[in-house]
Design a protein around this ligand. Sequence first.
Ligand code: HSE
Length: 316
Amino acid sequence: MTDVVESVTAFAPASIGNLAVGFDMLGLALTGVGDRVIARRTDGTGVTIAEVRGLDGELHPYLSTDPDHNTASIAAQALWKEYGADGGVELKVHKGIPLQSGMGSSAASAVAAAVAVNALLPNPLADRQLLPYALEGEKYASGGLHADNVAPCLMGGMILCPRVLLPEIIRVPVPKGLSAVLVHPELQVNTAHARRSLAKGYSMEQWLSQQGYLAGFIAACATGNIALIGRTLKDVVIEPQRASAVSCFDAVKAAAERGGALGVSLSGSGPSMFALCKENVANNLATAMEQACRGVGVQCQSWVSPLDAPGAHVET
Ligand code: HSE
């Protein structure tokens, strides 16, 4: 007989959506920052949320504990409904990722909840099979079906996840010796709003350019061609529409380029910005990007991460 697990804590990392070249279809997991969800079996029915805590450890002032209005419980409900044995699950959501930061905050809560609840099931699914459930939560937050945060958050590393292939996802091999730098300016961008504001039509020129950059970037990663990463890590379609919403964008991008970034762009819908660079310049690059951000009056925080960061996992 399988032992029944009563309580589990899962950690899910922050992530960079789009990764400049692959709007809605390419993402990268980060280290050092993420959300935790504690799931506990109860005698009740369905999924409830006991508490949501913010970065300061206090009860969150406005994230909902209504199970129908929180990405963690929406993901958990989808999984529990399909596979749950008798009884219910109570969640505690502890945010480690700032909200509306472009760091995959809503995705991380959904993934952490799916991973924690999965561990309570009599026959847990493989991590990869949790994707559709975590996506339910993400869909609620962003208003669109995109796995570019959920997939790397769940699986770690760099993941290609075009909507036309879901739920199939593809791990992109990452060259050794590179780092990702993420700078989070203390500003907020609402992803659902940022998505609604995007142009509906694009020119043949834009389509050809972005396809070329995406194809070149994936080939560069697969072959370890760092110079080609530097030529292809570009977003000529979405970034120009969103950059003006981030007051420090130009200053941070210029600093990153001066500091040796292979490419720099918004992380997801922003306001966070990321750069890929050689490992040996990553810390200096993070400092330069932070200084540029503060130089235009915006407080910020940064993280440096390898490109093969681990995905979500159970901690206890
Ligand atoms: N691909 C999504 C977007 C990611 O850019 O709208 C949001 O983090």
